[in-house]
Write a protein that binds this ligand. Structure first.
Ligand SMILES: Nc1ncnc2c1ncn2[C@@H]1O[C@H](COP(=O)(O)OP(=O)(O)O)[C@@H](O)[C@H]1O
Ligand SMILES: [Mg+2]
Length: 277
């Protein structure tokens, strides 16, 4: 399999008055046209890893890596202009909460059309047709009606799907989905996962699926990397999660509730200082 993305020794840090916050501390992985899950508790550096790949690290953050390569393009030396061109067109990111990603004063349809037209030379009516087709592809039942709605007029699940439509309209090769389903009902979660799954198998897209939900990730992804305190502590095939060796991964697995099991007291996730070394 040819690699779509190579990340080697990625570091992201934030200098502050009281010292340097090391958000990502030497993360390495490769991604082909497959589904890679990144799991880890809140604050473990998952989002910062995704943002660094997107080129969306806040200004005061410092990004370094031995390699950060997307399809032969060195992202570390690429100009700001080049990165803007890649963003949205070839690499896209879906964020946790559509409320912060959709423009509240622009109709959903127009936002999707404008995203398409920044990346491709297409006329207004073709853009509209493709936006409607994309809304349908993310299983919005009445795309013509939803096209004219504003973000506040749709439910969270529909907003999330509109957001995915907007991210996918330009047909990216790599999609980073950062907890895309955490704010949704379980049934809508599965819908959204199925949509992304289809895109990986039908379009050969690479997907990085970020989540704190180990069960969800292991049922949905091909491979999983487990992050703890800014580092990768373990990398596994999703099917081999049960054989996880790192105590943190084992701890995460033990904390997952099982149907029909009564647990008193509830297990507590252990954290050892040497894991952060
Ligand atoms: N803009 C920032 N300035 C300083 N520290 C930050 C900033 N953004 C994130 N961090 C820190 O980076 C660490 C990793 O954050 P993040 O990647 O968002 O975690 P996760 O997505 O795994 O929950 C956290 O400790 C967080 O406090
Ligand atoms: Mg996060």
């Amino acid at each position: 399999m040819t690699d779509l993305l190579t990340v080697q020794n990625l570091k992201v840090s934030y200098p502050t008055r009281t010292g340097v916050i090391e958000a990502v501390r030497g993360v390495s992985f490769t991604l082909g046209r497959e589904r890679l899950g990144i799991v880890g508790e809140s604050g473990s550096g998952k989002s910062q890893t995704g943002r660094a790949i997107m080129g969306l690290t806040p200004k005061h953050g410092i990004v370094s890596a031995d390699r950060l390569d997307f399809n032969g393009i060195d992202l570390l030396t690429a100009s700001a202009k080049r990165r803007r061109q890649l963003r949205g067109k070839r690499i896209a990111m879906v964020l946790q909460d559509p409320k912060y990603s959709l423009d509240p004063v622009m109709s959903i349809g127009r936002q999707i059309c404008e995203t398409l037209r920044t990346h491709e030379k297409v006329g207004k009516s073709e853009a509209r047709d493709r936006a409607l087709a994309m809304l349908e592809a993310v299983q919005i039942r009445d795309p013509k009606r939803v096209f004219d709605l504003y973000p506040h007029e749709v439910s969270g699940g529909m907003g999330q799907r509109a957001m995915i439509a907007m991210m996918l309209i330009a047909d990216p090769e790599l999609l980073i989905a950062d907890e895309p389903t955490s704010a949704l009902d379980v049934t809508v979660q599965l819908d959204v996962l199925r949509i992304m799954d289809r895109l990986v198998s039908e379009r050969g897209m690479g997907l990085i699926f970020v989540s704190h939900d180990l069960r969800l990730v292991s049922s949905f992804c091909d491979r999983v990397i487990v992050m703890y305190a800014g580092k990768v502590v373990e990398e596994l095939k999703a099917s081999e999660l049960k054989n996880a060796r790192h105590p943190y991964t084992q701890g995460l697995l033990n904390c997952m509730p099982q149907i029909g099991e009564s647990r008193h007291p509830l297990p507590v996730l252990d954290r050892k200082p040497e894991w952060t070394a």
